[in-house]
Design a protein around this ligand. Structure first.
Ligand code: FAD
Length: 403
């Protein structure tokens, strides 16, 4: 029987809850410490590639996710200034046929809730709010985690505390995240507030020089998600603050009327200053490791940050299981598992981090780069339009990871 560990997860976002679920189901006692007064997520959409549905199948969550997701028939890119259709690739059955799993869209709060309910149904998972992790220390036996004047002890700590991770500061110590100079404005409309001529069942990206707008339906088609992105070095920090509608309208001043009309439907935008980090090879130290954005924050251009966090959780679980099997009682189970976990993850997540930057550049391209991008996208049709991203969407097979 596997040794039961006492584990602490710092951060109750999608990554932290996924880790707690995986490890709690293995019989470990997991305490999730979330700094906010309540568990929850911001109201915005996220895309879920087929590699993430592969993880949902592994976790037995496909049905719960499918009940609240939306499955677009296709994904396309149009020129924001001319309206020219650059490419449209079929998703739906085509994505299922190529990758074995669908391409879906989900309201973040709904995805977070799927994990929250699954954690609540797992007796070994304890969920604490208003619990901000300040730091930790460790020795060969235990880790001590400092939380608002209290010290909690455990066998291991998993830092799933996002882009500005405190736990990362102590393990990697690479300072603030890298400012990309790209800003995202996000908003969600109800279906009835989107006129029929502006609605699309597809994921649609309107690309232009240093700007783009993406829109797609969410929650079984009841909601409509908009994300507008532009380059600006005016902002240094900002996460989930309010956007400036005048600035946004100026950025899209020469967009086609359809795009301007759509932007005009939004009264209040939420703004994100987009950041990432250079990939690193080492994000574990002894009894402490990182997961999700804390380990490998990435720009959103491949729509994979939450998906990679979920893959991390599955791989971490498999690494702990495999270490326990190799293990003789009392040896370096946790340290061994954390090393194997980061070894299995750093190249894949690093590749997503760097490829996401590249996609950010080519979505916003002009001149010859724009022509090359169009040629590249148009020649990728035969593999559901994602020829260069097959390695990402095929995903990982949890069963063969540590055999
Ligand atoms: C504009 C935009 C669009 C995106 N689109 C997509 C998409 O389409 N698909 C996709 O897969 N991903 C997308 N992402 C990325 C995705 O949002 C992140 O990668 C994902 O949320 C990472 O999850 P996480 O759990 O690692 O971190 P987070 O979601 O940041 O969660 C961290 C949690 O830790 C808590 N916390 C922080 N510090 C502490 C502390 N000291 N103590 C205790 N708790 C703490 C926070 O309150 C939070 O609840 C997008 C991101 C942006 C900005």
């Amino acid at each position: 029987m596997m040794q039961s560990l006492e584990l602490i997860v710092a951060g109750g976002g999608i990554g932290g809850l996924a880790a707690a679920l995986v490890l709690g189901r293995q019989g470990h006692t997991v305490t999730v410490l979330e700094q906010s007064p309540a568990f929850g997520e911001i109201g915005a959409g996220i895309q879920l590639g087929p590699n993430i549905f592969r993880m949902f199948e592994h976790l037995g969550l496909t049905e719960a996710v499918t009940a609240v997701a939306y499955f677009p028939p296709g994904m396309g890119m149009n020129d924001v200034r001319t309206g020219e259709k650059i490419v449209r690739v079929p998703l739906g059955d085509t994505a299922r046929a190529v990758y074995g799993y669908p391409y879906g869209l989900i309201y973040r709060a709904d995805l977070h809730d799927v994990f929250l309910q699954a954690c609540r149904a797992t007796p070994t998972v304890r969920l604490r709010t208003s619990a901000k992790v300040e730091g930790f220390e460790q020795d060969e036996q235990r880790v001590r985690v400092h939380v608002d004047g209290e010290t909690l002890e455990a066998d291991a700590l998993i830092g799933a505390d996002g882009l500005w991770s405190r736990v990362r500061q102590q393990i990697v110590g690479d300072g603030k995240p890298r400012l990309s100079g790209h800003i995202a404005y996000r908003a969600v409309l109800k279906r009835e507030d989107v006129p029929a001529h502006l609605w699309s069942d597809d994921v649609v990206l309107w690309g232009g020089e240093k700007t783009h707008l993406v829109h797609y339906p969410l929650r079984r088609g009841e909601l409509f998600n908009l994300v507008a992105v532009f380059h600006s070095d005016k902002y240094e920090e900002g996460w989930n603050t309010f956007g400036d509608t005048e600035e946004l309208n100026a950025r899209f001043a020469d967009a086609v009327p359809q795009v301007k009309e759509l932007l005009g439907k939004i009264e209040t935008w939420k703004m994100w200053v987009l950041c990432d980090r250079e990939p690193v090879k080492t994000w574990s130290n002894g009894r402490v490791t990182l997961l999700g954005d804390a380990a490998h924050p990435m720009l959103q251009y491949l729509a994979q940050g939450a998906g990679q966090a979920i893959e991390d959780a599955v791989v971490l679980g498999e690494a702990i299981k495999a270490a326990a099997l190799r293990q003789t009682q009392g040896e370096r189970l946790v340290e061994d598992a954390f090393e194997k976990y980061q070894q299995a993850r750093y190249l894949r997540t690093g590749r997503v981090q760097l490829t996401a930057r590249f996609y950010g550049d080519i979505y916003h391209a002009s001149g010859v780069t724009r022509e090359l991008r169009n040629q590249m996208f148009q020649s990728g049709r035969e593999s559901a339009g994602f020829a260069g991203l097959k390695w990402m969407y095929e995903g990982i097979d949890p069963k063969t990871l540590f055999t």
